[in-house]
Design a protein around this ligand. Sequence first.
Ligand code: MN
Length: 712
Amino acid sequence: MIRFSDILDQIHTYLPKAETTLVEKAYVYSAKVHQGQTRLSGEPYLSHPLAVAYTLAKMRLDLPTIAAGLLHDTVEDTCASLEEIGRLFGEEVAGIVDGVTKISAMPLASKLEKQAENLRKMLLAMAKDIRVILVKLADRLHNMRTLEYQKEGKRAQISRETLDIYAPLAARLGIDWMKRELEDLSFCHLYPDEYRQLRDAVEQMITERQSFVEEVKEILEHTLALHGLKGRILGRRKHLYSIWRKLERQGLTIDQLDQIYDIIGFRIILKEVKECYEALGVVHSLWKPIPGRFKDYISLPKPNMYQSLHTTVIGPYGERMEIQIRTEEMDRIANEGIASHWLYKEGKILSGKSGQFEWLKRLVELQKELQNPKEFLESVRLDLFPDEVYVFTPKGEVKVFPQGATPIDFAYAIHTEVGHHCIGAKVNGQIVSLRYKLQTGDMVEILTSAQARPSRDWLKYVKTSRARARIRHFLKKEEEARSLALGRELCEREFRKHRLDFSQFADSPEAENIAREFSFKSFQDLIIGVGFGKVSASQVVGKILARQEREKERPILEKPSKRQGKGGILVRGTGDLLIKLARCCQPVPGDEIIGYITRGRGVTVHRVDCPNLQHVDSERKIDVSWDIQGTDGVHPAKISVITVDQKGMLASVSNAISSSEANIVKAEVTTTPDKKARFIFVVEVTGRDHLNQVLSNVRQVSGVLKAERRFS
Ligand code: MN
């Protein structure tokens, strides 16, 4: 429990010569009127105003504020009256106590109208004297710190209100330490199990990374010193609630904590602004910065006065690291916010008139104009949650999005179908790109087309999880449809080879049994699996034949098991990929091949010397090789044969091809300018050796002048 002498000691650290009679009188008075009252914890009630006043002294606030902290509950909870407070301690102290009392009288979890009314009152009290809200925040902080003595239902209500109103207010006033503590306490009481689980996981991670943190700090210190820069370097972790929110935003569980890279961040604190930019240069020459992650809040401070340089770099072990660079003064403001300005102005009290509280003035003016409670609440939220943007539908409805959201997010927020078919957007009547970042106040109209479809690129532009999930779902369905068509084609071909009727089989009850043998839910899923390359068509037919054998009550003939090749091709280091052979160069087994990763359509396999591959992005090339055991299918290859112009040449050449056990899929005849015949055949071969065999047989036909493979 805080003693009054602790408060006086604290005051003397920043006001060494202060005359503290006012505070002493307030203490004596508060002790007298709260006499006999106890807190739910069983402690004397006085422990609460003492704790509140101590927090205010820690924030180095002025004496009237600390006196008001000691007296803040007297009017509400005791026989004391506001007039008496005014008479004994002056109008200034009475004004603050009055403001706090009015805010405290607000009922919890009220309806929209009441909530709006409460916020109005709070803003008015704040605008009259910002110290009201500082006392209220210190009061809420102590209540949150001792929340375990409240009943369960009340704990959740108070925590919710703290998260909704008080923590954002602390953030808006720039009092970062308080915002973090309020959020973590609320989190702990709202989700106790998750809180504990996350706390333990984070602690374990910090212990494991301790030597990494030390190493980074040492490298930074050393390198900065080489450039003549001397600063404090801190390795610090995010507070639990912000980690939790990040996990939720990214749809991760606590087990996936290691996927969040900025749990531990680094901070470099220097003396002068100039040094901050120099240090940034040093950091960027030491480790590669990630583009788009650099932010200069020194030139452009946040509305709550926050200043710092932020950057994210690839650290010594290839890990992402967030680094903040700022001066000592900026660091203090970042932590203490509004309170840091207090006594540096020679003890002068900041009031709502100060330029730094423009936003507060704006809100107070706004509340006079906006009589509709919903509108009013929204406009307050706008100022309390600067990370959100508020935009309007053409009908004037308000939609809220995270900062950076695009018209695609907006379209999906209206309706999934609007999202799927959106082709563009008008913002305030002007056509904008789908990558446009929505701004608060924008009126957004979505343009749609029945033919439009979501594109994979959209995933890069959306901010809301709703839009992301809908787009992913659509793409998955589309891919399935493509795989179904491909799987059907592959199966039909394989069925024909074994003189089976695919359509007839697909309609038979046997189809579902076969699907189950491959652990697929339905025959359709099995066919999709074939299209994806999870199962080969020959495996499917193999199973069917095996079952037919069994049904004929013949001894079961185990067919040699075929490896699960993907169309006879192995792709290194990948899962179930959709694989297609390129049509341009028609590779056959035995050819040297390379894979090309297509956008959303799996891998296309080309010959290594295919001219189409010469100028493509090498990052999208992937090593592939023929799977010897899997290459039992046939592949199309084109050959060109030139013969003398003589009757019966087509028959002789076709004969030579067929006698090489190759199927002719297509044949074309033309004549060359010098009166020779040119045949182009597409033949089905098992591989390169087979193809060479075909060509050599063709060359032996009398009248053939030339026979060669063609690649186009
Ligand atoms: Mn209180």
